[in-house]
Design a protein around this ligand. Structure first.
Ligand code: C2O
Ligand code: CU
Length: 490
C-alpha cells in the first residue's frame, strides 16, 4: 500500500512542481522526498541529457523459478527464469522503458548499476519506491554515457538469489574495434545447493566469536585484496549461470577481435579473470574508456565491470575466473577450432601473470574530469569486522546514517578510509568518479572501487545529478549489515 501511494505521488511529482504540491497533500502517507525543488532539479537535469527520441521497451519478471545451472536445477529467484537474465541494450540517449513485474512474495526494485540516470528512476528507495509483491512498475530513463552496466534489486539479499542482468549502452558513433562481443557475467552461487543467502547472513551475524565455522573462509588470503578474500565460501562460481563442469562456450573464428564485457554480479567474491593462451588489452573500467593496457588477467570486485579485447587464437581456450582468495573458480570456453576442454581443474598460467588493477589504470583523455580545484571534501570511514558482523560507514549502520552532502555543481573529493581488516568494493549511485591514484597520475573513471584493508582511496566527481543517492559496499552481506549511507544534495 505504501509503495503504491508513493509511486502515485512520484508520477505526479514528475509532471511538474505545481502538481507536486497538490499530490503532496493528497498522498497518504506523504513521503519525505522528493520535494518540489528536487523534482524540478531532476526534471531539469534530465532535460540536459542527450535524447534520441527513440524508446526501447522491455519487460522483466522477477519471480521464483527452477533454474538449470548446467546440471543442478535449483529453486531460486531470477528475471524471466534465466540466471544472468535477459540482456538489455540501447543507445545513448534512447529512452529505456522497462516494465518490471514483481512475482516475488516481497517488495523489490531494479537498480541500474553505474548509469548516471535520473534519481527517481534509480531503483533504490527512498528515491524510487519499491514495487509491491504482485505489482508492476515501468522504469523510464535515458543513459547519458555508453558502457557496460548491469541491473539488480536494491532490496535485501535478492541479488544473491540470482536476480541480475547485463545492461549495455552503445554509442553508434563509436562501434568499437572488434568483430564480436562476449558478455561474461560472474557470480558466486549457493541458493538451492547450499545454505540460502539469508541463512548465510544469519550465520555471519550470529557467529560472533568463531572465525572458522560455516560459513567461513578458513583463513584463505589474497595479496591483491590485502587479506581475506571474502566472508563466505560458495559451493559454485558461475559464468553466465553455468557451473564449471557445464561451461558456456563462445564460438568465434581464429584471428577475430573479441570484446569481452566482464561483469561481477557476485555477493562476496572478487574474481581474477584470464583467458588461456591470450593477452588481454584492457579498454574500459565500469563502462568508461581507459588508456589501453595489455594484461594477462583482470581483477574485479563485486559490482565492477571491465571490457577487454583479445585476438582469438585457434583452438579451445578456457576462460577462468578465479574466486580471489578463495578455493574455486568459474569458467567458460572460447571455441575457435579443434581441441578439447582441459577440464575443471585447469588453471591458465595467465592467472599468475600481469593482473590489471584499477589503481594502475588511466582514464582515456575523452573521459577525464576537467581540471578544477575541489570545492568539497567528503569522507566515508569504513569499519567493522567478523565479530558481530557490524559493518559501518562513518561509525553508523544505514538505519542510523548521517547523509554525506554536496551542493549542485561542486567538484567533490570523496575519500574512503578503510579502518577494517577486510577489503570493500565501494559503489556510488548516480555518478562516476575519477580515481585519484596514490602516485598522483590520473586514475580510471569508475562507479565502484576496491578499498583494501587499512588503506584509503580518494575519488573525485562532479555533483551534477541532484537527488538522494546510495553509497555503499557492494558486498551483499556487508551492505545488508548496514555498510551503506546516502549522498544528498543540499
Ligand atoms: Cu549495484 Cu547500490 O548497487
Ligand atoms: Cu564491505
Amino acid at each position: 500500500m505504501v509503495a503504491l501511494s508513493r509511486r502515485r505521488f512520484l508520477s505526479a511529482a514528475l509532471a511538474g512542481a505545481a502538481l507536486t504540491a497538490c499530490a503532496r497533500h493528497d498522498a497518504a502517507p506523504a513521503p519525505a522526498r522528493p520535494d518540489a525543488g528536487l523534482a524540478e532539479a531532476i526534471a531539469r537535469t534530465e532535460a540536459a541529457r542527450p535524447h534520441t527520441g527513440r524508446t526501447v521497451t522491455a519487460r522483466l519478471r522477477a519471480a521464483p523459478g527452477d533454474l538449470d545451472l548446467g546440471g543442478p536445477v535449483v529453486r531460486s529467484l531470477a528475471y524471466d527464469d534465466r540466471v544472468a537474465g535477459p540482456l538489455l541494450r540501447a543507445n545513448v540517449g534512447d529512452e529505456l522503458a522497462v516494465t518490471v513485474t514483481n512475482g516475488l512474495d516481497h517488495p523489490t526494485s531494479v537498480h541500474w548499476h553505474g548509469i548516471a540516470l535520473r534519481n527517481d528512476m534509480d531503483g533504490a528507495a527512498p528515491a524510487t519506491p519499491e514495487i509491491a509483491a504482485g505489482a508492476a512498475f515501468t522504469y523510464r530513463f535515458t543513459s547519458p554515457v555508453p558502457g557496460t552496466y548491469w541491473a539488480h534489486p536494491h532490496s535485501g539479499l535478492d541479488t544473491d538469489y540470482g536476480l541480475y542482468l547485463p545492461v549495455l549502452i552503445d554509442d553508434p558513433a563509436e562501434p568499437g574495434d572488434h568483430d564480436a562481443e562476449w558478455i561474461v557475467v560472474l557470480d558466486d552461487w549457493t541458493a538451492g545447493v547450499g545454505p540460502d543467502p539469508h541463512q548465510i547472513f544469519d550465520g555471519l551475524r550470529s557467529r560472533r566469536m568463531s572465525m572458522h565455522g560455516m560459513p567461513g573462509m578458513g583463513g584463505a588470503r589474497s595479496a591483491l585484496l590485502g587479506g581475506d578474500g571474502g566472508d563466505v565460501s560458495y559451493p559454485y562460481y558461475l559464468v553466465n549461470g553455468r557451473i564449471p563442469s557445464a561451461p558456456t562456450a563462445f564460438n568465434a573464428k581464429p584471428g577475430q577481435r573479441l570484446r569481452l564485457r566482464v561483469i561481477n554480479a557476485a555477493a562476496d567474491t572478487a574474481f581474477r579473470v584470464a583467458l588461456a593462451g591470450h593477452v588481454m588489452t584492457v579498454t574500459h573500467t565500469d563502462g568508461f574508456p581507459i588508456e589501453p593496457v595489455d594484461a594477462d588477467a583482470v581483477l574485479l570486485g563485486m559490482g565492477e565491470r571491465y571490457d577487454v579485447l583479445v585476438t582469438a587464437a585457434d583452438g579451445v581456450f578456457p576462460l577462468a575466473a578465479l574466486a580471489e582468495g578463495k578455493d574455486g573458480a568459474a569458467r567458460a570456453l572460447l571455441r575457435t577450432g579443434a581441441g578439447s576442454d582441459p577440464g575443471t581443474d585447469f588453471r591458465p598460467a595467465e592467472l599468475a601473470g600481469r593482473v590489471a588493477t584499477a589503481g594502475a589504470l588511466t582514464a582515456a583523455a575523452s573521459v577525464r574530469l576537467a581540471p578544477k580545484a575541489p570545492d568539497a571534501d567528503v569522507q566515508a570511514v569504513l569499519s567493522g569486522g567478523m565479530m558481530g558482523y557490524d559493518w559501518r560507514i562513518n561509525g553508523r549502520p544505514f538505519t542510523d546514517a548521517v547523509p554525506l552532502t554536496v551542493h549542485e555543481n561542486e567538484r567533490a573529493v570523496l575519500t574512503f578510509v578503510n579502518q577494517s581488516m577486510m577489503w570493500h568494493p565501494m559503489h556510488l549511485h548516480g555518478h562516476t568518479f575519477e580515481v585519484l591514484r596514490s602516485d598522483g597520475a590520473t586514475g580510471p573513471r569508475k562507479d565502484t572501487v576496491i578499498v583494501a584493508p587499512m588503506q584509503s582511496v580518494a575519488v573525485a566527481f562532479d555533483a551534477d545529478n541532484p537527488g538522494v543517492w546510495m553509497l555503499h559496499c557492494h558486498n551483499g552481506y556487508h551492505m545488508d549489515a548496514g555498510m551503506m549511507t546516502t549522498l544528498e544534495y543540499v
